[in-house]
Design a protein around this ligand. Sequence first.
Ligand code: ME8
Length: 521
Amino acid sequence: MPANQSFYITTPIYYVNDDPHIGHAYTTLACDALARFKRLDGYDVHFLTGTDEHGQKVEKAAADAGVDPQAFTERVSQRFRQLADDMGFTHDDFIRTTEPRHIEAAQAIWKRLIDRGEIYLGAYEGWYAIRDEAFYAESELTKGADDEKLAPTGAPVEWVEEPSYFFRLSAWQDRLLEFYEKHPDFIAPNSRRNEVTSFVKGGLQDLSVSRVSFKWGVPVPDDADHVMYVWLDALTNYITAAGFPDTESASYKKFWPADVHMVGKDILRFHAVYWPAFLMAAELDPPKRVFAHGWWTNEGQKISKTLGNVIKPHDLVERYGLDQTRYFLLREVPFGNDGDFSRESMVTRMNSELANDYGNLAQRALSMIAKNLKGIAPEPGAFTEDDQAMLNAAGELPAALRPLMDAQAFHEALERIWVVIRAANVYVDRQAPWVLRKTDAPRMGTVLYVLAETIRRLAIMTQPFMPDASAKMLDAVASPGDKRSFGDVTDTAAMLAPGAELPKPQPIFPRYQGEEEGEGA
Ligand code: ME8
């Protein structure tokens, strides 16, 4: 890996109108796993998350809570930072759109757009959904109960008529299509790419980018009656954090354009249509990729406050454990698809894949070393073909995982690791070191060495997904803290040192014994 290669990854910045839930944790978790993976692979990573604090929706939530918007955003933003701590996220920066550095950047992109004739003053007349902070055409609306007009997302809309600045989005249709054509990896997964392309082919209208009917936003430069449209403000956070408006700064040059904007499918249009258009119009580079993942439901139902089935990430962590929760969320659903949270499948994965497959592998091998070899890593004899095949299978994991992680196929990356874990369990059964103990003690030592070394390699590879458990496993095979990157998977200098003292093995993935009927079975 070339030294100092950079990798910039971002989460959406979350609205502070409400408390964080599993959906927010999911997007940031995916970014965290990828950020950790890239760091372990030698990249200089910049991982950004934060909160979206302006706009009518937040203003309204603050008014409902009887607090002024600034105090309200302070309070809720703090809960998102707490979530990040609870989940062990390793972001390098947490941006808030009410920070001076961001207001400066948002006004600077506005100026670039107005200087280039990409924004003009007009009047907006049309439908607006506060919940989505989005404008809708009459033709997109459906009717709800009592003939109430609804956006395609189900959000109620209201009629808005006011002076407004517009961005010449209509002029960007062909250039956007050309951009998608030239950069086939820009939108992922593929099905989403087709969705966006047909939306753009359907024609684009100029976009209202300022409002005068409320105040909670970034003031438009040179026209204080207007505040910037919250999406233009919010999207700009990605360049603020890279150092914009100083496009000559070392950080901007290093990290912009971002490698991946990770988003939920609900906000793909803003990221894959508006954002590259704003940037190209401002003569700035568009990001390299936008990945839109799917939607989580709870036991088959849409997650909503009204239904009272909001899953709090903190509760999952308390109940099942942090690494278990991280593993489940990334393994359960092919990344990109919708997913359903079910306790039964959480417990099944914990017990069969974590406790049985991975945990038992380590426990079996390491307790044999503890019992039969006084906890001292054995000196291996010559490796047989089987031994070598086992070591190679684990050694090939970095190369096998790189393309999967670059495609954000987290579930496949985990499955690929489990192929090796299962192979290691087959290897133990076939080699039967408990039989060798009586018949061929030196050969038992070699088999246990191969197993412990395989565990070391596996634990290096599971770090991005399950950092705490992997660290414990690496401690259990006496792996030094500075020899845990992907380069150390096969570096002979990092291999388990014969004679090393291994600590007494502790179970790392306990079986979950649920009290509920059916759980723990
Ligand atoms: O849209 N399943 O913020 P937001 C999966 N501020 N992911 C979910 C989810 C669910 N049920 N619910 C939420 C905004 N998410 C804007 C973004 S970016 C410049 C501005 C995740 O608080 C998912 O990532 O509504 C979704 O895109 C995001 O939360 C929306 O967060």
